[in-house]
Design a protein around this ligand. Structure first.
Ligand SMILES: C[S@@+](CC[C@H](N)C(=O)[O-])C[C@H]1O[C@@H](n2cnc3c(N)ncnc32)[C@H](O)[C@@H]1O
Length: 274
């Protein structure tokens, strides 16, 4: 299987820039998540759909000097970038990257990992038998994904309509059945035989004044969040949407002196039976 969302995604170079630039926005929340997950130190971890590798480095720092992290991704351009950053940080003895498709046979032994982390891959992340195969008995699966947001304060009706578009609903399609919704992932974890399953929800609050990095990241989020949305909106909504989300517009929402928005990240986790 190739990356299922290839058609819906921006060009690889733009996608890579988005991933890099939004890291600053996600960093504190990811550290909070790591603290809450209390993952074992000196362990062996697999980061499925690792992107440009930022989180693989963060995970390696969290699990101590004897820990090892392997990042797996389908895009060689992302892995090239991840390897260069890892080498520059002197971490290549502890963090390595493999090109691969998580729905094919994975190039790892049964039970090779103490735990698996996968962030923002739910749109394409089937709870695959292969991923389950490579977690050791007693090890954990930790699937994270962006689960909701309020980004346009003062415009709840426009934001509701944006959320109801195909891009706003993705990866849940307009024809999808309720039991396939990502927020129902707990059922999938339980059906896969995982025990002690749970869901944790984390909130990232973003408010003015925005640092240049956070402003850049939020600009990217506003560009990415509702892709190709205009054909599904009324003309009036298109105009309002452009005014609020175009950085060149005098009404760009991030220019509000009291801007506040937030998004949530949900973590679905469970353990492989011993
Ligand atoms: C939204 S990005 C998330 C990247 C990273 N985990 C993060 O949170 O920054 C989704 C990642 O999944 C990767 N991906 C998509 N389909 C895949 C597949 N079938 N096998 C492996 N990786 C895949 C993409 O290349 C991309 O890097």
């Amino acid at each position: 299987m190739r990356d299922q969302d290839d058609d819906a995604q921006p060009a690889t170079s733009t996608y890579l820039r988005y991933l890099e630039e939004t890291d600053s926005l996600r960093e504190q929340t990811n550290l909070d998540i790591l603290a809450a997950l209390d993952l074992p130190t000196d362990s062996n971890e697999l980061d499925v759909g690792c992107g440009v590798g930022t989180q693989a480095l963060m995970l390696a720092a969290a699990i101590g000097p004897q820990g090892r992290v392997t990042g797996l991704d389908i895009k060689p351009e992302f892995l090239e970038h991840a390897r260069a950053v890892t080498t520059a940080k002197g971490m290549s003895d502890r963090v390595t990257f493999e090109e691969g498709d998580f729905s094919d046979r994975l190039p790892f032994d049964d039970g090779a990992f103490d735990w698996v982390w996968s962030s923002d891959c739910l749109g394409y992340f089937p709870l695959s038998e292969e991923v389950m195969r490579v977690i050791r008995p007693g090890g954990s699966l930790n699937v994270l994904f962006w689960s909701s947001e309020q980004l346009l304060p003062g415009y709840p009706r426009l934001e509701s309509r944006l959320k109801a578009t195909s891009g706003g609903l993705a990866p849940f399609g307009l024809q999808s059945k309720p039991d396939t919704h990502p927020l129902r992932a707990l059922t999938g974890l339980r059906e896969a035989g995982l025990t002690d399953t749970k869901v944790l929800t984390f909130v990232t609050s973003v408010y003015a004044p925005l640092s240049p990095e956070i402003r850049r990241a939020m600009t990217d989020i506003l560009e990415m969040r509702w892709p190709d949305v205009e054909p599904e909106l009324s003309q009036e909504d298109v105009e309002l949407y452009r005014r609020l989300t175009d950085p060149a517009s005098p009404d760009f929402i991030l220019n509000l002196p009291g801007y506040y928005g937030f998004f949530t990240v949900s973590v679905f986790r469970g353990w492989v039976r011993t």
